[in-house]
Ligand binder design. Sequence first.
Ligand code: GFB
Length: 303
Amino acid sequence: MYTKRLVTGGTGMVGAAITADLKIGSRDCNLTDWNAVRDFFEAKKPQQVIHCAAKVGGVWANMNQKGDFFRENILMNTFVLEAARLAKVPKLLAFLSTCVFPDKVEYPLTEAHIHNGAPHYTNDAYAYAKRMTDIQIRAYREQYGLKYVSVIPTNIYGKNDLFDLENGHVVPSLIHRCFLAREKGEDLEVWGTGKPLREFIFAEDVARLTEWAIENYDEAEPIIFSTSEETSIKELAEMVVELLGFKNKLIWRSDRPDGQLRKPSSHDKLKKYLPDFQFTPLYEGLKQTIEWFEHNYPNVRTH
Ligand code: GFB
């Protein structure tokens, strides 16, 4: 059966890796403008919507632009889901984020934990906006019987990422900064203590899992996309340094935040559905990302 699949955030890292009939970026439709979103959905009438569009950034951007993160995300998510409902879109998948989980909670994090306490203060505005997407999906499922679902990926990295030195996530920022330090023969600045742990997942793995989920997943509760393997920021920095052939020193900047110490998540639910799914190992995914970055530089997104 032919399915008309629309991806919002189609020029972003995950959106670019998903197969679709129609991909839109911020230039095609301003998702914070209700009339534009409603008219766009009315005109295109997609059969499936994968909603990746979001205002995203790393720990520094999340701390310093809380108003923008809250407003833009809550508007986009509310409008996209409502426009999809009015346009009678039968299936929609929305992205939550690993930051939706409470700060003080039992580990590992599971899908049942989301609302059991306040998120970490560094990204609470973004986290609450994303949590409301979970509420909206549950409400629309209950009242309108819609097959709308959400997924929670852990820290995504890969090709087509935002390589912003200040506001990006740790992987793209570090790759870009290490590349520049190597070119200039300088030392490499890395933020925080290096002790925090993160679960990194390759964007192309997230894309494959998303393509599976839009066809097959239909629970009110979200599903976590996670390797369930923790890596410290120090280990990550060492891999980036090795892959870029960087020879100088690492300088740890204590004036920059560590963020949450760790957020280990369970992929038990995912493994029940897809027991044989093979995740790309971090070193391999970083290698591909760095090759892509060096090949495309300076034509990469940096802000
Ligand atoms: O990617 P990141 O900002 O995501 O990683 P979070 C932050 C960790 O990497 C902190 C260290 O421990 C930082 O101290 N780090 C080291 C750096 N060097 C750098 C650098 O150059 N840039 C950055 N950004 N970090 C975000 C949330 O948190 O993760 C969002 O704020 C979202 O809401 C996203 O959920 C997935 O995991 O800390």
